[in-house]
Design a protein around this ligand. Structure first.
Ligand code: AMP
Length: 589
């Protein structure tokens, strides 16, 4: 496909009717794509350059592109900067420079649409991103690569090329949109299998390419554990009382600690290559050299293990607070922090062993194998379970957890059907959390949708944040509260710096908000928030199917940034809010 044609599709996805008919538009695009275009087309539409676990990182920021545009056009930097401030988006800037002005030599090529002599293919443009991702490129070399592409692009193409360079396409296209489009293209009945293949491979573009080249047989052949490639983790549904667990689990269940750390997936291939993955399919391999070394030493089989890594005080044999573990997120000085913050992994699942997938086996079978596989050692231990058939035990264990300052408990179905369900918030696992404030029984993982500038002591930074939950049915974010307490000055400075990078000029299409903050952001940053109660609200937009309104009252940032979770899957959902409010709604309606 020509890049110009691809950009026409992107333009269509951006306009009002395109946004409403995304699946139909993507379906049409699929029918026109050559096989070799499928991956570039899908990755770019998601604002990415590769699958989540193996993305190219360009590290290009708006500021650098302003310098590049100044060099390529000959327009002084100060002028470019003020035009950028006017448009507020580097893609709009490049598009407008291209159509509106005409000057100088090289600049002639750059500006005038008529001088475009060669129409570039989507693959050719995509190749330039791989070139730019090479390590150690000088800024001049980068500008050269960008200039080579740029000189052949029309105004519209420039808009999307420059946006893609900074990873800000923001079309609102998600993996789930592609799954729906692929099902429409193939057969609606295939949707579940397509989704499953995506959870097993963590690569929607690979699934699409396979579906189109080899049909559903090819897709089914992808549905196994690929050792070395992260699988989407199974996650738990939440419950708010022991009694509630009977809604989901009829017979015996296991109660485990809910360890307060980072989810970790450990892979060792049959030829000894070890990789560690976060719940977002980001690599932890460099971040946890101590775990890497232990896996290298302890195993000679191919395995995929699932667990939670926590900061651990070995002297007193105690799990440390989550905030201590966050010191291990640093990118630099890793050796130092390994010594300062020792960790332990509590393993609770095994997904693969020596060529055999374990995910379709019931939990007790998986645990038996897990116990056999893990040799005696300090750093990786199998989590303890307590077996019971009495929901009151869940309440008792939760009390215990509260007393020992733990986050809560996990309850796991022990029936034969209770398999490992990749990528699902499964009812085979229930989380039952204790909020230390003792008001609401739970905390919420909310996404920052917007913010207001701080006043007084907080001038110069964002001081209050508009927080949202996610509605999976409507695929929309709804505002749930304004959040201003619980932040340190450092938190606000760090958040402000990061938010400035993901600021968008207009309210994103999938945001449902009545209030208008000073700034809108791309949904990316998730914060854990506790609150005193849920009540109705005249200003926030969370509503259940009966139209009943919900908002958080007296919300407070717990200090826990959920970098281990990603949008939209990691954000508290509308269903969860409705469920929690049944037990804790104290508000006025
Ligand atoms: P939450 O982060 O509140 O959505 O809770 C789910 C998370 O709890 C999982 O993704 C794991 O990272 C974590 N977790 C802690 N302990 C366990 C456990 N014993 N079994 C499963 N997940 C656990």
């Amino acid at each position: 496909m020509l890049f110009s044609k691809y950009c026409e599709y992107l333009e269509e996805l951006q306009n009002e009717s395109g946004r409403l008919n995304m699946i139909e538009t993507l379906n049409r695009m699929l029918s026109e794509l050559e096989l070799s275009d499928i991956k570039p087309a899908i990755y770019l539409s998601l604002g990415s350059f590769g699958p989540d676990y193996d993305k190219l990182v360009l590290g290009i920021k708006d500021k650098f592109l302003l310098t590049a545009l100044s060099k390529l056009t000959g327009i002084p930097g100060s002028e470019i900067k003020s035009l950028y401030e006017k448009y507020g988006d580097v893609g709009d800037l490049a598009e407008n420079l291209s159509t509106k002005i005409g000057v100088q030599t090289r600049v002639d090529d750059f500006f005038s649409d008529e001088t475009v002599n060669r129409e570039l293919s989507l693959s050719k443009v995509y190749e330039s991103f791989s070139k730019l991702a090479k390590e150690g490129l000088s800024n001049n070399a980068k500008i050269e690569i960008i200039g080579d592409i740029d000189s052949n692009l029309s105004a519209l193409e420039k808009k999307y090329y420059y946006r893609a360079l900074v990873g800000k396409l923001r079309l609102g296209v998600k993996e789930s949109t592609w799954i729906a489009a692929l099902a429409k293209y193939n057969d609606e009945g295939d949707k579940e299998e397509i989704e499953y293949a995506y959870h097993m491979t963590s690569d929607i573009a690979l699934v699409a390419e396979t579906a189109i080249s080899n049909g559903m047989e090819g897709v089914r052949a992808l549905c196994h554990v690929h050792v070395g490639t992260p699988i989407h983790s199974m996650v738990a549904q939440r419950i708010s009382s022991g009694e509630e667990l009977r809604k989901w689990i009829q017979g015996e269940f296991a109660i485990e600690n809910k360890y307060d750390g980072y989810r970790i997936q450990i892979h060792r291939t049959s030829n000894g290559i070890v990789t560690l993955w976060s719940r977002n399919q980001e690599s932890y391999t460099n971040q946890f050299p101590d775990i890497l070394e232990a896996v290298e030493k302890l195993f000679n089989k191919s395995v995929v293990l699932d667990g939670e890594v926590v900061a651990y005080d070995y002297e007193n044999d105690k799990v440390q607070n989550f905030n201590i573990l966050t010191q291990r997120s640093r990118k630099y000085g890793i050796e130092e922090t390994v010594k300062q913050v020792p960790v332990r992994v509590f393993l609770f699942d095994i997904l693969h062993i020596d060529g055999k997938d374990m995910i379709k086996h019931p939990y007790l079978t998986r645990r038996e194998v897990l116990k056999k596989v893990i040799p005696e050692n300090d750093i990786m231990v199998v989590s303890d379970i307590f077996r019971s058939s009495d929901p009151e035990d869940a309440d008792l264990q939760l009390l215990n957890a509260k007393e020992t300052n733990q986050e809560g408990i996990m309850i796991k179905d022990l029936s034969e059907e209770a398999i490992y369900e990749p990528g699902k918030r499964s009812f085979f696992w229930l989380k039952y959390k204790a909020d230390y404030s003792n008001n609401l029984s739970d905390t919420f993982d909310l996404v920052i949708m917007g913010a207001k500038h701080g006043k007084g002591k907080r001038a110069g930074v964002f001081g209050t944040f508009l927080m949202g939950i996610y509605d999976r049915v409507q695929e929309t974010y709804h505002t749930f509260c304004y959040l201003g307490s619980g932040f340190s000055e450092k938190d606000l400075e760090e958040l402000t710096a990061e938010l400035n990078d993901i600021r968008v000029e207009e309210k994103p299409a999938d945001y449902d908000s009545v209030v208008v903050p000073d700034a809108w952001f791309f949904p990316h940053i998730i914060l854990e928030v506790s609150a005193a109660e849920i009540s109705d609200s005249p200003v926030h937009t969370v509503r259940d199917s009966d139209g009943k309104a919900y908002a958080l009252r007296f919300p407070r940032y717990t200090g826990k940034r959920r970098t281990d979770k990603s949008v939209p899957d990691g954000v508290t959902t509308l269903d969860e809010v409705v469920e929690i409010s049944k037990h804790f709604r104290i508000g006025s309606n």
